[in-house]
Write a protein that binds this ligand. Structure first.
Ligand SMILES: [Zn+2]
Length: 336
């Protein structure tokens, strides 16, 4: 084969691999080159804490009028997630909760009680899941305060950490607003629970909802196998990115959401990460990493992970962007 033919052959291969990717998104088991290469990368010992947002009702479910939780009730989802965490010996997990659903849904309170009763903790996620980009700092702070009072009514012992998670990970689009909220949080003893690993479980949840609606169990099994690969790859990406941005690995914080999808996939995700050498730690341990004292003082209108903010703040290129299951590709899964 001469060079010209060789180049043509490579082009055909690339085309074949590209078409495999689009087939994969509709349910086949074909991996891309990117997937295989990334998962073969050894993971150095890594500490990870799991956090779950939007307990007791995901904001997506609210927006979709309850359509994002097929097959399981919210109480069953809670029981399933608690059981998965326990069976994988995951230390107490912080769920970032907003209280507004509890004002109109008695199940919401039952879920929150079940969560704290199982030895897990709650953090503040504002009372009404506020979007800081479209809220004044004053209204946002009032909503945090309202959630603070709500958490106190749950009658639980205080969690080891007083922590806040920004809804949509939006920390403020200008310096003044950003600093007002941060100063308020600090004055009340709140620490910000950042995120360093995010495999877009909310976008997978939407794909899961569509696949579940077709009643095709083969597709659901494919979805579960695929998200396990995505989770493993994202953990590797975050480790590499931390080293690139900070010159060392850090203790990581994974973002998940309260969903039937996570009840369905969490046992496999936890087993796979454990097999990769991930050590599950509690949030106090993760946040003892001095990196979380860093303020990525960089106003951004949209939501970013902590590493994403540091990348932007330091003008560093991120060569580890997810290429297989991007938000756009996930939106195509199980589309009729
Ligand atoms: Zn949220």
């Amino acid at each position: 084969m001469n060079n010209a033919n060789g180049a043509a052959f490579v082009c055909v291969l690339v085309l074949l691999i590209s078409s495999s990717t689009s087939t994969e998104s509709s349910g086949s088991n074909v991996d891309t080159e990117h997937t295989r290469l990334a998962l073969e990368e050894p993971l150095e010992s890594l500490e990870l804490t799991i956090t779950i947002d939007d307990v007791p009702i995901t904001i997506d479910e609210e927006l979709n009028h309850g359509k994002t939780q097929p097959r399981l009730s919210r109480l069953e989802i809670t029981q399933s997630i608690i059981a998965s965490l326990k069976s994988h010996s995951v230390p107490a997990v912080y769920a970032f909760s907003y209280g507004e659903p509890a004002t109109r849904d008695p199940n919401a309170m039952e879920i929150l009680q079940l969560w704290v009763g199982s030895g897990n903790f709650l953090g503040n996620h504002t009372f009404s899941h506020k979007d800081l980009a479209v809220t004044t700092a004053e209204a946002y702070i009032a909503d945090i305060e309202r959630m603070d009072l709500f958490l106190n009514t749950l009658g639980t012992t205080s969690p080891p950490l007083k922590v806040f998670r920004y809804p949509f990970l939006k920390e403020g689009e200008n310096g003044e607003k950003r600093n007002k909220v941060r100063d308020y949080l600090a004055s009340k003893g709140y620490r910000i629970a950042q995120v360093t690993v995010d495999y877009l479980d909310w976008a997978w949840t939407e794909a899961y909802m569509r696949c579940a609606a077709t009643g095709d169990d083969h597709r659901l099994r494919w979805l579960r196998e695929s998200v396990v690969k995505a989770a493993r790859r994202h953990v590797r990406r975050s480790q590499k990115l931390a080293k690139r941005v900070l010159g060392r690995d850090i203790k990581h914080i994974l973002l998940l959401h309260f969903s039937a999808f996570n009840a369905f996939t969490l046992p496999e995700v936890l087993s796979a990460l454990k097999a990769d050498g991930v050590k599950f730690v509690d949030l106090q341990t993760a946040m003892s990493d001095p990196v979380y004292r860093t303020n990525p003082d960089h106003p951004i209108p949209d939501g970013r992970t902590f590493l994403g903010q540091l990348v932007e703040m330091n003008h560093i290129a991120d060569p580890y962007q997810e290429q297989v299951y991007t938000e756009e590709k996930l939106s195509e899964i199980c589309k009729k």
